[in-house]
Design a protein around this ligand. Structure first.
Ligand SMILES: Nc1ncnc2c1ncn2[C@@H]1O[C@H](COP(=O)(O)OP(=O)(O)O)[C@@H](O)[C@H]1O
Ligand code: SF4
Ligand SMILES: [Mg+2]
Length: 339
C-alpha cells in the first residue's frame, strides 16, 4: 500500500476557561487518539454524529488548529509541526467547506479568487494566470468566460464548483471536504460528487470526505471511518462497513437512517422505548474505558475501565470493541491474527 498521508495517535484538545475570572479550566478532547492512512487517489469517508470531532480532525490536517500530540506525515514528511514550510504545505493540502461563502471572498471576482493560489504557489500572473483560471473553470464544468463575475452571481452548486476550482488550483495531494455537498439539493449533490470523482480519476487527488449523510459517504468513499467522541471506533472498506458493521456504534448510526418501511419503523420505535435514558457524554466529560459504554446495548464490565484496542475484521479494516476480542461477535467477525 502506498501511503500518502499517515496520521498516528492524533490528539486535538482545547482548553476552555470557565467561571467569573476564568479560574476553572475545562479540557475539550475533540480528537482523542486517532490513527489512519490515506493512499493517493483514495477517498476516506468520515462519519459520526455532530460533535464527534470530524471537523476538528479535518482542521488539524489543514493546520487550522494545532495538534496537541501525535504525528501527521505527508509523503513521509513530518507535517505536525511545520516551521517556515507553511506555503509548501498549503499547496499540498486544500479544503472545500460546506458553505462556500465562508471560503470565497464575496468582494473578489472569480479571476482573483481562483487566481490567488496560482500566484501564491506557482508565481503566475496576467494573461497566463487568467488562461489557467479559465482551464480550471472548464475542469469544474463552469465554462471559461466567467472571470469578472462575483460569487453572488452563481447558484449554490456553482459556488461549490468555484470552491473546488480554487482548491484544485495549487494542485494539491489531499482535499479535505468538510460537509462539502451537505447544503446542496439532491440532484446538485450528485453532480458535484460526480465532478469530485472525475477530478480524482484525472489527478489522483485523495479526499478526506467528512459528512453526516451516510448515503453520500457510502457512494463516494473507498473506505469509511466512524468517529465517536473524538475516537475512531471502526474503519474499513466502505461496502464491508455498511454491509457488516462490526462496532455497536456503527450499527446504531446505520439504524438511525430514515426508512420508509412501516414495519421497520415500528420495530425501531419499540427498541427506542426500551433504551435507558442517559445523559449524553461530551468531550469535556469522557466516559472511562470504551467511550461508547454509556450508550452501548452490549456493554460488559471490561468496557467500563479498559479502552478497547483495534482488532482486524474479516472483510477488511478494524474495530475497537471488546466484543470482538472477548465477547460474542457481531456481524463483522475479527480475524485470528493481524493482517
Ligand atoms: N475551537 C474550539 N474550542 C473549543 N471546543 C471546540 C472547538 N472546536 C470544536 N470544539 C468542540 O469539539 C467537539 C468536536 O467538534 P467538531 O469537530 O466540530 O465535531 P463534528 O464536526 O463532528 O460535528 C465539540 O464538542 C465542539 O464543541
Ligand atoms: S467495547 Fe463494550 S461498550 Fe464499547 S462498543 Fe464494544 S461492547 Fe459496547
Ligand atoms: Mg463538523
Amino acid at each position: 500500500m502506498s501511503v500518502l498521508l499517515d496520521v498516528a495517535d492524533l490528539h486535538v484538545h482545547f482548553t476552555l476557561r470557565r467561571g467569573l475570572f476564568g479560574q476553572e479550566k475545562v479540557i475539550v478532547r475533540a480528537v482523542n487518539g486517532v490513527s489512519f492512512m490515506l493512499q493517493p487517489g483514495e477517498t476516506l469517508g468520515i462519519v459520526g454524529e455532530s460533535g464527534s470531532g470530524k471537523s476538528t480532525l479535518g482542521r488539524a490536517l489543514l493546520r487550522l488548529v494545532p495538534a496537541t500530540s501525535g504525528n501527521m506525515r505527508l509523503d513521509g514528511r513530518e507535517i505536525t509541526k511545520l516551521r517556515g514550510r507553511m506555503l509548501e504545505f498549503r499547496r499540498d493540502v486544500q479544503v472545500v467547506f460546506q458553505d462556500p461563502y465562508s471560503s470565497l471572498n464575496p468582494a473578489m471576482v472569480v479571476a482573483d479568487i481562483i487566481g490567488e493560489p496560482l500566484t501564491l504557489h506557482h508565481g503566475m500572473r496576467g494573461a497566463a494566470r487568467d488562461a489557467r483560471v479559465g482551464d480550471l473553470l472548464e475542469q469544474v464544468g463552469l465554462g471559461r468566460h466567467q472571470l469578472e463575475r462575483y460569487p453572488s452571481e452563481f447558484s449554490g452548486g456553482q459556488r461549490q464548483r468555484l470552491a473546488i476550482a480554487r482548491a484544485l488550483a495549487s494542485e494539491p495531494r489531499v482535499i479535505v471536504c468538510d460537509e462539502a455537498v451537505s447544503a446542496l439539493d439532491v440532484s446538485t449533490q450528485s453532480q458535484v460528487i460526480n465532478l469530485l470523482e472525475d477530478l480524482q480519476a484525472q489527478t489522483r487527488v485523495a479526499y478526506l470526505f467528512i459528512a453526516h449523510d451516510l448515503a453520500v459517504v457510502r457512494h463516494i468513499s473507498h473506505r469509511t471511518g466512524v468517529m465517536y467522541l473524538g475516537r475512531m471506533m471502526e474503519l474499513g472498506p466502505t461496502e464491508r462497513l455498511f454491509e457488516a458493521p462490526a462496532h455497536p456504534y456503527t450499527r446504531k448510526l446505520l439504524d438511525a437512517v430514515p426508512v420508509l418501511d412501516p414495519a421497520v419503523q415500528k420495530r425501531r420505535k419499540a427498541a427506542r422505548r426500551n433504551l435507558p435514558v442517559v445523559e449524553l457524554p461530551t468531550p469535556t466529560r469522557l466516559p472511562a474505558g470504551c467511550v461508547f459504554h454509556t450508550r452501548c446495548p452490549h456493554v460488559m464490565d471490561v468496557c467500563r475501565h479498559e479502552v478497547p484496542e483495534p482488532v482486524p475484521v474479516q472483510g477488511g479494516g478494524w474495530v475497537a470493541c471488546h466484543l470482538q476480542s472477548s465477547g460474542p461477535k457481531l456481524a463483522g467477525r475479527p480475524l485470528d491474527a493481524l493482517g
